[in-house]
Design a binder for this molecule. Structure first.
Ligand SMILES: Nc1ncnc2c1ncn2[C@@H]1O[C@H](COP(=O)(O)OP(=O)(O)OP(=O)(O)O)[C@@H](O)[C@H]1O
Ligand SMILES: [Mg+2]
Length: 280
């Protein structure tokens, strides 16, 4: 399989991009894929902390982009806890997930044109491509900062797919539609929406333009829904995901990325009961 580059994006901050990046990367790696998780949120890098490996960060993507470090010197192995996926025969997954960490710096300092000796769109993309090749990654999951900042615009050119994370409220959906439009302009070939913090009861009792109408009208495909799950806030203490609805939601999204046709609420107990009401 050739490397597949997937960007996690949003207009608004704090909607769950990093959580989704981690959950989807873990689900793909648990299913036997080699996954390179890149922290491209130059303003608010956080994946090292969420994964509990902040003390192992010696070199970063910026160092590799500047030629100060090799790819090998920057990548960090992430141990996956034994996860009993219902969907796959749990293959051995040691070394299947690596983090390409990022130093916190101002994203606006990234120029889109190539200038010698400075971090720019060209050498960041090159660093990501080199890392993907070195690790022989099946998937490269790129967690970005909110909005179409210069890092997003630069790395969009690498992407095979973008996952736009949003909430389900009308304001959030309008922002998501805007992000889909921007990424379409940047020629990302496959753009899908993830509804995070999904609250089925809220959708049923909301008399405004329905969630699924909005998704149908946007040009993006629904990649999946992730229910609100308090345990996701404690990810860094439990190292990745506890069994439960959110873990199944990430596995469903991973399976759809792999091309499987999975019904939207498949296996998510809390949402299954309300499925008929929502989808009518
Ligand atoms: N489905 C969920 N259920 C409960 N809490 C969640 C869920 N998704 C995300 N969170 C929590 O919401 C907060 C913001 O999530 P996260 O950091 O993933 O957002 P983000 O979009 O990456 O933010 P930023 O724009 O700052 O990068 C975190 O505390 C996270 O644990
Ligand atoms: Mg984030």
């Amino acid at each position: 399989m050739t490397n597949k580059f997937i960007m996690i994006a949003s207009s608004k901050g704090g909607v769950g991009k990093s959580t989704a990046a981690l959950g989807i990367a873990a689900a793909l790696a648990s299913g036997g894929r080699r996954v390179l998780l890149c922290d491209l949120d130059f303003g608010n890098a956080c994946l090292d902390i969420l994964l509990g490996v902040q003390d192992s960060v010696l070199c970063t993507i910026q160092d590799v982009a500047l030629g100060i470090s090799s790819v090998e010197g920057a990548l960090i192995d992430i141990d996956l806890p034994d996860q009993n996926s219902k969907r796959k025969k749990a293959p051995k997954n040691d070394g299947a997930l690596k983090l390409f960490p990022c130093a916190v710096s101002a994203p606006q300092t990234i120029s889109e044109s190539g200038e010698g000796g400075r971090i720019n769109a060209y050498n960041i993309c090159l660093a990501i491509k080199d890392a993907a090749e070195f690790f022989e990654a099946d998937y490269v999951i790129m967690d970005t900062g909110a909005g179409a900042n210069s890092v997003v615009r630069a790395t969009a050119r690498l992407c095979d797919m973008a996952l736009v994370v949003t909430g389900q409220m009308p304001v959030a959906l309008r922002s998501a539609e805007k992000t889909v439009t921007r990424l379409t302009e940047l020629e990302v070939p496959d753009i899908r929406i993830i509804i995070n913090n999904f609250d089925a009861q809220g959708v049923i009792s909301d008399s405004r333009r329905g969630l699924f109408t909005v998704i149908d009208e946007s040009k993006a495909v629904l990649a999946g829904v992730i229910p609100y799950d308090y345990s996701l806030m404690l990810m860094h203490e439990r190292l990745l995901l506890r069994p439960g609805d959110s873990k199944i939601a990430f596995e469903n999204i991973a399976a759809r990325i792999e091309g499987e046709n999975i019904p939207v609420f498949s296996g998510i107990k809390r949402l299954r009961k309300l499925k008929k009401k929502i989808c009518q």
